[in-house]
Ligand binder design. Structure first.
Ligand code: ADP
Ligand code: MG
Length: 266
């Protein structure tokens, strides 16, 4: 396999979530984090899971990533049962979770350990290519502690992308960043998605962010976590978080979310 194959050949996967229920057992009481949730995410589709905290968004993301198992129901990627984590599904969290004892390049190389068919030289080539994509070439040999929050999330993105996954699972990846840094990352993420399309599941509680990035936005309500509404976002790309159309649609979605929460006495 050549670097070119490595960089361009992952077809995005179709995801299915079929009647999934997840209960966390507690000492005093059980929490039904997800109740009978079903959805399909198309190949290369960017779906945002939106809702207030505690409605099961992270739980669903972790199930898709294979980090947790459902109590009932099934999840599949390209028709194959998701039974554990795999390199076909990259993950990125709010906390960057980089290894502080490794430099920037070594962090990106880490994800490539899962690809035994690549030579060391090829791995380095792939890492270099992804650091370029996220704009961190000048920092390839920097230590993690030398980076700003935004740069750390860029490294985390490069690390998630480097093994060329079919699916990218992102859990509030930009929530801890300042607004300006976040806006730059929205631009970059849209650019990356245009160039090397992934199936993306993106968790957020930020309505505008969901409208800016998503092809589709799913609204969750809590106790128990369920999907209650869905919005297809057909606005032209690239989108800017400050676009009037983005703001207007975000207002519509916020109104609907508030209505649903009120109807459920949340
Ligand atoms: P969200 O990401 O939408 O904020 P979560 O999926 O993290 O929601 O949580 C959904 C519900 O499940 C919450 O009530 C939360 O307290 C509970 N929960 C999540 N993870 C665990 C866990 N590991 N153990 C017990 N309860 C949990
Ligand atoms: Mg969460």
């Amino acid at each position: 396999m050549t670097i070119e194959d490595e960089l361009h050949n992952a077809t995005p996967a179709k995801l299915t979530v079929d009647r999934v229920t997840k209960v966390y057992r507690g000492k005093r009481q059980d929490v039904k984090a997800l109740d009978d949730v079903s959805l399909t995410v198309g190949e290369g589709e960017f779906v945002c899971l939106l809702g207030p905290s505690g409605c099961g968004k992270s739980t669903l993301l972790n199930l898709i990533a294979g980090l947790e198992q459902p109590d009932a129901g099934t999840l599949t990627a390209d028709g194959e049962l998701i039974e554990g984590p795999g390199r076909q599904r990259g993950v990125m969290f709010q906390e960057h979770a980089l290894f502080p004892w490794l430099d920037v390049t070594q962090n990106v190389l880490f994800g490539l350990n899962l690809k035994p068919n690549l030579s060391d030289e090829d791995r380095r080539g792939v890492a270099r290519a992804f650091l370029e994509i996220v704009g961190l070439t000048p920092f390839a040999n920097s230590g993690i502690h030398e980076l700003s929050g935004g740069m750390k999330q860029r490294v985390a993105l490069a690390r998630a992308l480097a093994p060329n996954p079919q699916v990218l699972c992102m859990d509030e990846p930009f929530a801890a960043l300042d607004a300006m840094t976040r806006e730059q990352l929205y631009d970059d993420l849209q650019k990356i998605q245009q160039q090397r399309r992934k199936t993306v599941v993106f968790v957020t509680h930020n309505v505008r962010e969901a409208v800016c990035l998503g092809d589709r936005v799913l609204l969750f309500t809590p106790r128990p976590g369920r999907i209650r509404a869905e919005f297809r976002i057909d606005l032209p790309r690239p989108r800017n978080i400050n676009d009037v159309a983005v703001a207007q649609l975000a207002t519509t979605i916020t109104t609907e979310l508030k209505r649903l929460l009120k109807a459920e006495n949340v």
